[in-house]
Design a binder for this molecule. Structure first.
Ligand code: GAL
Length: 464
């Protein structure tokens, strides 16, 4: 069915019958109900209440009311034709004390029951649930005990993974350990733009190391409790280009930080200390004997979360990295999203190739990709043509990688519903479904209808 005369045209059959088509979401961004049925605050609740932390001054107290609306929302998801739904479990809804029973904490039965209902509803609709264990919502109770800089977090997280997999492992067979370790460690504890908003270099190495340990430890717990599970974890990733030929070394350093920092220890390759010498401080000052071996875990798949490429240049003002981003604006790039990110479809192909080159990477899923554009409702319709083109063009590059034999086996659009976009508030809309946050009305956007065509119609040809 591929239209040969049009290189942009494709249909779903080109991706193969087993290709996974999903959307990705995160508990904190959609659930709301932050103080209901025994849930306790997470770091984003407390961070968001501090003045100036969320650009729009908004909170996620209500968000998309997914906690109450999951049944009707998933009917829409079904209507769009997706066969997989990625969501995360709010740690403090399951374990209100942060710690689990092994450390004297309670399991919140009402929280457990919510996820149980959600999973059952997915299964009833023939939608495969993919669970992310950690999508950034650390219980505030654990932040009070030191958060990610405290080594005990590795045990606390293991407890949480243990409780979740024992509760749902008989029904859920796709597990993701962490969502983008780089983002929550660096933005949360070094630059302070994300919760818990701490800013210190002293914390950075311990946070990185504990996160990498938790990543592997979580993998081992899932494997042990759900032996027939597919276990993976996700990475934010971007091909890094030098601005001028003399910025090559800078690009190599940024690549080590942005793309290699968390996957290489998992693959048994250690931290990229040659390119980033400051990371040697982990082995010298932070790690305990035996840690370096514990960093490795044989994941069944890696999840790539890819949105944009980065172009960088040498900079003497940025300690440790000696490099900085050259913004799309400075490069005169016209195609940027509302987040200021460059739309550059070929970067999807390049990043799949880059990760596919690791011997230990067996399978790749694109666990997030998507774009925020300014959406308008006109006569009940959201005509988000730019988002249609984004997904179409990025998918085309996924297909190109697949046709070259790279093991890419699924695509999760970020995201199902417009939602709470962290420190940006509700303004950037990434959804395939528009949410009116005053009335909670849902409107399927043109991009949602485009996916529906692709996934459910026999006559689909990608180009519009
Ligand atoms: C990812 C994150 C998502 C979402 C998305 C768009 O980094 O995992 O939660 O916010 O970016 O910015």
């Amino acid at each position: 069915m591929t239209n040969q005369s049009n290189p942009l045209a494709f249909d779903r059959y080109a991706f193969g019958a087993d290709f996974v088509w999903g959307t990705a979401t995160a508990a904190y961004q959609i659930e709301g109900a932050v103080d209901r049925d025994g849930r306790t605050p997470c770091v984003w609740d407390t961070f968001g209440r501090q003045k100036g932390k969320i650009k729009t001054g908004e909170t996620a107290d209500v968000a998309c009311e997914f906690y109450d609306r999951y049944e009707s929302d998933l009917l829409i998801h079904k209507e769009l034709g997706f066969n997989a739904f990625r969501f995360s479990i709010a740690w403090s809804r399951m374990l209100p004390d942060g710690v689990g029973p092994r450390h004297g904490g309670r399991i919140n039965e009402a929280g457990l029951a919510f996820y149980d209902r959600l999973i059952d509803h997915c299964l009833r609709l023939d939608i495969t649930p993919w669970i992310t264990l950690y999508h950034w919502d650390l219980p505030h109770a654990l932040e009070l005990k030191g958060g990610w800089p405290n080594r005990k977090i590795v045990d606390w997280f293991a407890d949480f993974a243990d409780v979740c997999t024992k509760a749902f492992g008989h029904k859920v067979k796709h597990w993701i350990i962490l969502n983008e370790p780089l983002a929550f460690s660096v933005l949360g504890y070094f630059t302070g733009q994300h919760a818990p908003g701490r800013r210190s270099f002293r914390n950075l190495l311990p946070v990185i190391h504990h996160t990498a340990l938790a990543q592997a430890e979580g993998g081992r717990i899932v494997r042990q409790n759900v032996p027939d599970a597919q276990v993976g974890t996700t990475f934010s990733c971007s091909p890094i280009d030098p601005f001028t030929p003399s910025d090559q070394a800078a690009a190599i350093r940024v690549d080590a930080l942005m793309n290699r920092l968390f996957i290489e220890p998992a693959l048994g390759l250690g931290y990229p200390t040659r390119e980033l010498p400051f990371l040697a401080g982990i082995a010298k000052k932070v790690a305990k004997p035996g840690d370096m071996e514990r960093l490795a875990f044989d994941f069944d798949f890696v999840g790539l979360q890819h949105y944009f490429r980065a172009v960088v240049e040498q900079s003497y003002f940025m300690p440790y990295l000696w490099a900085k981003d050259v913004s799309p604006l400075r490069r005169n790039v016209q195609t940027i999203t509302e987040m200021g990110w460059e739309v550059y479809p070929e970067s999807m192909y390049r990043i799949i190739r880059q990760f596919g080159q690791y011997e230990g990477v067996k399978k790749i899923y694109i666990t997030e990709s998507g774009a925020a554009f300014y959406d308008r409702v006109e006569q009940g319709i959201v005509n988000d043509q730019a988002r249609v083109e984004y997904h179409q063009n990025y998918l085309q590059q996924v297909l190109r990688a697949k046709q070259e034999g790279l093991p890419v086996e699924g695509y999760f659009a970020w995201t199902f519903l417009d939602n709470f976009e962290w420190a940006e508030g509700y303004r950037p809309r990434f959804g395939l479904v528009y949410v009116d946050f005053r009335t909670q009305q849902r409107i399927i956007k043109k991009s949602g209808r485009w996916f529906q065509q692709l996934l459910t119609k026999e006559t689909f040809v990608g180009k519009h």
